[in-house]
Design a protein. Structure first.
Length: 231
């Protein structure tokens, strides 16, 4: 398994000193290297000094993700953002997804804001040991056997809910996200979809010649929404 996936963690304490210009340029270079899940959905990534909103984390700077609002855009942003998350971890920079935080001022992009991510030099250990992950058992979130499922199990999710399910068969992984309780509102539906993209990113990291398609012969799963199939 990708060693970064085995030790990655969300960083909630940061050195308040902003990253220097050279490091920020390396971060921006990553924006051009990410591969979207859906190539036809326009998206944007910008750097901002502040965000606002509940459950915010104090960090020296933030990534602001925007997107055209088309079918699959939330999963697409989760997939894109998690690639950046892993690659920042590889160069010693901490990150944390922020589901409710928004930029304090209008960004340059004309695309609607989707989600933010804190990042900077960590003021706590950047990585963790594999046994320290607190995750559901693989049997609770999947059916069938595929070594890539463990990478999906270790993916971060809002309030660590892991509201996804994977059905592995014949070398394919069918991906589902749990339907949110209507009483919990649109925010949880949004986060479930972003989390699904994050988990699919972890599967992609373990897949040679990654492809993600809609399969017309997928098994139905009660209480879940089919997202797509990894080939």
């Amino acid at each position: 398994m990708n060693e970064l996936i085995r030790k990655r963690k969300s960083i909630r304490k940061y050195d308040p000193t902003p990253l220097n210009a050279t490091t920020l340029e390396k971060v921006r270079e990553l924006f051009n290297e990410v591969k979207p899940l859906y190539t036809k959905i326009p998206f944007s990534i910008e750097i901002a000094p502040k965000t606002k909103g509940p459950f915010n984390i104090k960090a020296p700077q933030y990534l602001i993700f925007g997107s055209e609002e088309k079918d699959g855009f939330l999963e697409n942003i989760g997939f894109i953002g998690q690639q950046i998350d892993l690659r920042l971890s590889a160069i010693g920079i901490g990150t944390c997804w922020l589901g409710a935080a928004k930029p304090t001022q209008k960004e340059d992009s004309a695309l609607p804001h989707v989600i933010s991510m804190a990042f900077g030099n960590p003021a706590e250990p950047l990585h963790r040991e594999y046994p320290d992950f607190k995750r559901k058992a693989l049997t609770d979130i999947s059916q069938g056997s595929d070594p890539r499922l463990e990478a999906a199990r270790l993916a971060p999710s809002a309030i660590n809910a892991q509201n996804w399910f994977f059905h592995a068969e014949n070398g394919k992984i069918h991906c589902y996200r749990k339907k949110a309780n209507p009483l919990l509102g649109l925010m949880f539906n949004k986060m479930h979809a972003i989390d699904m993209g994050i988990a699919i990113c972890h599967i992609a990291e373990e897949t040679d010649n990654f492809r993600f398609e809609q399969d017309t012969c997928t098994p139905a799963r009660k209480g879940h929404v089919y997202t797509g199939t990894v080939l």
